[in-house]
Design a binder for this molecule. Structure first.
Ligand code: ADP
Length: 210
């Protein structure tokens, strides 16, 4: 499946921990034929692979704190400069604060590019916490302990949620209710993007879109 040949597909997916943004982000990226880039995944891969970057960020990630902007922004710039991201990308977990928003903006503007949509996945706090508790049992992520979950959610509310207002002001936010089955939520996302003229076209189109 590919996006229309003419259109770009530069997306962010933003939502609290446990909103399902990782799973949904991959589905959206696949449908539009662009890479899904999760900064959290990049950090985790580096930690488990024992790289130098991994050793620099391990304690920070395990505490649920934010990796310094300088490091994170450079990593994202390098990734977005890869040829497979030329026509688009879906960023999951970045930007996470105002400084990262500004850095992304500057990077894209320098290339004559702009975001097409910011997908906001809304999930109430209680639901988010109960999903994270379940994920802790299923996946055993070291940052899914009660204390670290609370820290990550607090940082989300304090630093990440406000960036949505910034994007809202630019008319970029597509708000989607993240409560429901995986398929229901996927369908809502594709419908909401289609309402803004962001359609998946090409071979067979996308089964999830109405
Ligand atoms: P979650 O959204 O469930 O917290 P992520 O996989 O997005 O999980 O991120 C895991 C961790 O990786 C974060 O708690 C943080 O330490 C680090 N991280 C990921 N993205 C960023 C970012 N944009 N800026 C700073 N740190 C980040």
């Amino acid at each position: 499946m590919t996006a229309s040949a003419t259109g770009s597909a530069r997306f962010l997916i933003v939502g609290p921990q446990g909103s399902g943004k990782g799973t949904q982000g991959v589905l959206v990226a696949e449908a539009f034929g662009v890479p899904a880039i999760s900064t959290g995944d990049v950090f985790r891969e580096n930690i488990s692979g024992g790289t130098e970057l991994g050793s620099r960020v391990q304690a920070i990630v395990e505490a649920g704190d934010l990796v310094p902007d300088e490091l994170t922004c450079e990593l994202v710039r390098d990734r977005l400069a890869q040829p497979d991201a030329a026509r688009g990308f879906l960023l999951d977990g970045f930007p996470r604060n105002r400084a990262q928003v500004a850095d992304l903006e500057e990077f894209l503007a320098g290339r004559g590019e702009a975001l097409d949509a910011v997908i906001e996945l809304s999930v109430p706090r209680d639901e988010s916490i109960s999903r994270l508790r379940q994920r802790a049992i299923d996946q055993g992520r070291t940052d899914d302990t009660e204390q670290v979950i609370a820290n990550r959610l607090a940082i989300y509310e304090r630093e990440t949620a406000p960036i949505l207002d910034e994007y809202r002001g630019k008319g970029l936010v597509v708000q989607v209710d993240g409560v429901g089955s995986l398929d229901e939520v996927t369908e809502r996302i594709f419908d909401a993007l289609a309402d803004r003229g962001l359609n998946v076209t090409g071979n067979g189109g996308n089964g999830a879109a109405a």
